[in-house]
Design a protein around this ligand. Structure first.
Ligand code: ADP
Ligand code: MG
Length: 361
């Protein structure tokens, strides 16, 4: 390391990074960040204690609607712990204000070479092993939990917390801007209340670290082995929630769901954690239902927000298809009785767009 003060080192690094953002690098935009893939020359690499010209990911947060809980607001704090136990997870190398610089894992992102096709059993076994290893991260090593966090093993309390988050922070918070749209596409105002009333009495399972967003775009495959990236949404709670979000967001069919569930249970048992599988067959369905129910809000909002200012009929049709798909998935969990056809969804989106479209994003 060069004999420079931390302040000078930081200023130099910042200058090199900002120069790297001048449009030459590859940019990968997710829902929550813009990720600049950079290669840093000798000086900044030495400043970081990294290898010159290795690929790095510079993560710049996006201002977005809040749709998912973050109990640990700062990903580098989680990564610091996770990387000690899951050695393959790319490390955070430096923090610069609200931006951060990470190792970029070589390999292919699963969503790029297999966006929605079948997933081979070999990979499913690795997912199962990944969940077991995540579950073994000691709770004491994790950053502190929020004061209102449900007690360890209180699966009912955990589900209630998730439902309350969806209801208060996702649904209610956005009602002013999206309430008329939700109503017009057939989501009643008390939809989540009904869900809460219908689902309780879960079996108690020990809480563990959860990633909560293990889908194809967050998985890098190299030489047949997986690395799970993007730990921003990690939380601590009932492990069935992680399995459920994985199953839904991977787009597994029924047979794959059953296979993945079986492999997950086997991996937990093999890892000496059979108590995590208690009540699996009764309760997994509840978490699957929750995932379909909660995602109707972000899915509808994102479809509307993605409409360009000069949206034409094709844009509205495409947005309506996204909304219809989300409604179809939430129909049973939210007991939606008044599902609109595509024309009604288009009309609802047009009305929303006329009022809020210009101020969107
Ligand atoms: N370390 C990495 N190795 C390979 N690809 C990556 C890596 N980090 C990000 N990517 C690619 O960039 C995309 C967005 O990065 P991600 O960390 O998931 O951020 P976001 O929070 O925006 O989803 C990923 O879906 C993946 O395609
Ligand atoms: Mg991601």
């Amino acid at each position: 390391m060069l004999p420079l003060s931390p302040k000078t080192r930081r200023a130099l690094l910042e200058r090199h990074l900002e120069r790297g953002l001048d449009g030459r690098g590859e940019v990968r935009a997710g829902h929550h960040n813009t990720n600049h893939i950079l290669r840093l020359g000798v000086v900044p690499a030495v400043l970081l204690g990294s290898v010159p010209f290795a690929r790095l990911k510079y993560r710049v947060p996006l201002a977005t609607v809040e749709v998912v809980p973050r109990i640990w607001p700062w990903e580098p704090d989680i990564l610091e712990v996770v990387c000690r136990y899951l050695r393959e997870v790319p490390r955070c190398l430096a923090v610069l204000g609200d931006r951060s610089l990470h190792v970029y894992r070589r390999g292919r992102v699963l969503s790029e070479h297999n966006p929605d096709g079948r997933v081979e059993e070999r990979l499913m076994r690795q997912f199962a092993a990944f969940f077991a290893r995540t579950a073994r991260v000691p709770a004491e090593a994790l950053p502190p939990l929020p004061p209102d966090w449900p007690a360890h093993g209180d699966s009912d309390g955990f589900l209630r917390w998730l439902v309350a988050f969806t209801e208060e922070r996702v649904h209610r918070t956005n009602r002013e801007r999206f309430g008329a749209l939700f109503t017009a596409v057939g989501i009643p105002e008390d939809a989540m209340d009904g869900f809460r009333r219908r689902h309780h009495g879960l079996t108690s399972r020990p809480f563990t670290l959860l990633h909560t967003d293990v889908h194809r775009a967050n998985v890098v495959v190299r030489r047949g082995r997986i690395t799970v990236i993007d730990w921003e949404l990690a939380i601590y709670g009932d492990p069935l929630h992680d399995l459920a979000t994985h199953i839904v967001r991977m787009g597994y069919d029924k047979e794959e769901q059953a296979r993945m569930t079986g492999l997950w249970a086997e991996a937990m048992t093999r890892a000496g954690l059979p108590e995590l599988t208690a009540g699996l067959h009764d309760d997994l369905g509840v978490y699957l239902a929750f995932e379909y129910a909660q995602s109707v809000f972000p899915d509808v909002m994102r479809a509307a927000l993605a409409l360009p200012a000069a949206a034409g009929p094709d844009h509205f049709r495409a947005a309506a298809r996204r909304v219809a798909r989300a409604l179809g998935r939430a129909r049973e969990p939210l007991r939606l009785v008044d599902l609109p056809d595509d024309d009604r969804i288009v009309r609802a989106l047009r009305q929303w767009h006329a009022r809020h479209g210009a101020a969107a994003r």
